[in-house]
Design a protein around this ligand. Structure first.
Ligand SMILES: Nc1nc2c(c(=O)[nH]1)N[C@H]1C(S)=C(S)[C@@H](COP(=O)(O)O)O[C@H]1N2
Ligand SMILES: [Mo]
Length: 182
């Protein structure tokens, strides 16, 4: 009888340990299930990608401080973590030969359109630091914080500047819903 009880106690302890370990381990960000679509005449077929898919593109990850100027002329650095937008198109979408332009469309309809070459560039600048070169990224973390799911799609387009004085922050499309290739 005592032996049986001990066995039960051990089993209970084991179960409790497993639960604790499970909670403390890789919880998986709930935002990872968020999706964006790549669609339009410029791709062979539309694809849906989860944020988890983007995070898994380890070779294309980018983490950096991006310089910005907004419409009021305010200058500031923001820290972002994300993945090179071009790598996403190249690796995840079946681009057609004649594809030319790429629109990043937010849930509120806010849209910024680039040529395919502009998405591919890896030499965007920071007017304050001539040494630095930047890629256009799809970011899921700003200032070391993941985007709040309550505010919508947790993915933002972020880029450097094209030239000194470039007011680039208006092109940082928040809450991306889809990427339309034409
Ligand atoms: N989806 C979406 N993204 C957007 C905008 C918008 O209205 N909708 N405004 C842009 C403009 S004009 C600026 S200056 C920045 C402001 O970014 P912030 O909210 O992080 O300051 O977001 C840009 N991205
Ligand atoms: Mo703005």
């Amino acid at each position: 009888m005592i032996i049986r009880q001990k066995r039960w106690a051990l089993l209970l302890l084991l179960a409790a340990l497993l639960i604790v370990a499970g909670c403390a381990g890789e919880k998986g960000d709930p935002a990872d299930a968020a999706t964006i679509t790549i669609e339009g005449d410029g791709v062979e077929s539309a694809v849906q990608l989860t944020l988890g898919d983007l995070k898994a593109m380890k070779d294309a990850l980018v983490e950096d401080d991006y310089f910005s100027i907004n419409t009021y002329g305010t200058e500031a650095y923001y820290h972002f973590k994300g993945v090179w937008a071009w790598a996403v198109l190249e690796q995840k979408a079946s681009l057609k030969e004649g594809a030319k332009e790429v629109s990043f469309v937010a849930e509120d309809g806010y849209t910024v359109t680039y040529t395919l070459e502009e998405v591919q560039r890896d030499d965007y600048i920071d007017q304050q630091d001539p040494q630095k070169k930047y890629k256009m990224i799809l970011a899921w973390e700003e200032e070391h914080e993941p985007y709040d799911l309550d505010e919508g799609s947790p993915i933002r387009l972020v880029n450097g500047q094209t030239e000194p004085g470039d007011v680039n922050k208006p092109r940082w499309v928040s809450r991306i819903e889809k990427i339309v290739v034409k």
